[in-house]
Design a binder for this molecule. Sequence first.
Ligand SMILES: *Cc1c(COP(=O)(O)O)cnc(C)c1O
Length: 494
Amino acid sequence: MTNNQSTDLLFEISHPGRRCHRLPECDVPAREGLVPKDSLADAPPPLPELGEIDLIRHFVNLSKRNMSIDTNFYPLGSCTMKYNPKRHERMAALPGLANLHPLQSDESCQGMLAMLWSMQNILAEIAGLDAVSLQPAAGAQGELTALLVAEAYYRDRKEHARKRVLIPDSAHGTNPASAAIAGFDTVSIKSTDKGLVDLADLRSKLDEKTAVFMITNPNTIGLFESQIGEITKLIHDAGGLVYLDGANMNAIVGVTRPGDFGADMMHYNVHKTFTGPHGAGGPGSGPIAVRANLAPFLPTPIVVKSPSAPTPLPQGARGEWYALDFNRPKTIGRVRSFFGNVGILLRGYCYIRTLGARGLREMTENAVLNANYLLALVQHALDVPNGNRCMHEFVASAARLKRSKRISAMEIAKRLLDFGYHAPTIYFPLVVPEALMIEPTETESKETLDAFAATLLKIIDEDADFLRDAPHTTPISRPNETRAFKEPILRWKA
Ligand SMILES: *Cc1c(COP(=O)(O)O)cnc(C)c1O
């Protein structure tokens, strides 16, 4: 069976008796027995037979073991675990949105296309850039997509020597991984002892092979790269492009724009900055924004306001007509099925439209305020190597505690679980020894921050042996993480 036939089958299963309109070549009529006989199982699968009450107890008890932003403070640095407002869930569940099928015709999903079109424009505006692709399903996929766009751009300009992507040593691991997958060589750029890009090192590594400089700003240490203007000028003078890893947009939305400080392309993490519920690997949405000179290479389709609206407009259409534009000769092609992770884009759209421009700026200011407040509460007990001010997060180090009391970042993180807190990100960024990366986000109250700081200070004073056995209250204590990764047990009962 071809791919088109199988998408067609899926469509017919979910829409009995109807035809797929989007793919003209898949003209298989609806029929009985959609699944081929040789693909059918002979007998029902051996599922456990349980009463409803047993099933409910099983899942409710499992859910009670979950730690989530709805149940616990979750200062997981870099991940922006902010509250996911319930009104977004209600909007995303509206039948007119939730029941749409991705293979429906453009005519029958104008509302959704209008939302996606508007989201493209809003994200371009916040970025200070010109064009957006909503397709990438995570920040990491956004990185890869943008680097493929850069590769296509240089190929188009016949600048075949530009094969190097420069990345600061404080960067998230996805940056070098994306560059390698996109076929580039990676070059690491040192940080200064202040935690910023080392300009001398950067200068010495720029040449005609430079393709892209990937920068996270504010960086993963929670500091704004104050030399960003000079950095982007250096890259542009060398003929390179600047990529902004937008995972830390929560610190700058509405205050400054990546395009204004010289970025040529960036990704958003809608699940971080714009409240998509996330964790455990999904679901994500990582749209990218680029300057006009890179726009022809973006993935297809892009949502466009169509010049060729049908006349008369179909019933319910409001005088505007939206369509999917596949006709982009220089495109790198698709990077994800259909239109991207529409459910998360919808939630982000709802958030942005609810707050408006001023509200988004206030969000940013409160995120930065909360992080600085927490920093001030713990600074005397935990070293914060790179200054007494931060953006939306800060990185503390347990290195001194490790030397004096043999308490590592791991011990502090594990013990926090006993008090009902999710642990901060630990041992990242790599440039800070015994790192504890703490990001409270703007949605936490002063009471929560006070209580967390008090707990952190109390833990630091506890007996080191007691801490090494922590956590003491969770269903499992310290799994062998390497083994859990290499030999995962994914079943409830063997
Ligand atoms: C989260 C994050 C990423 C990757 O984003 P995903 O959406 O998890 O793929 C990249 N860079 C930084 C700094 C991040 O915090």
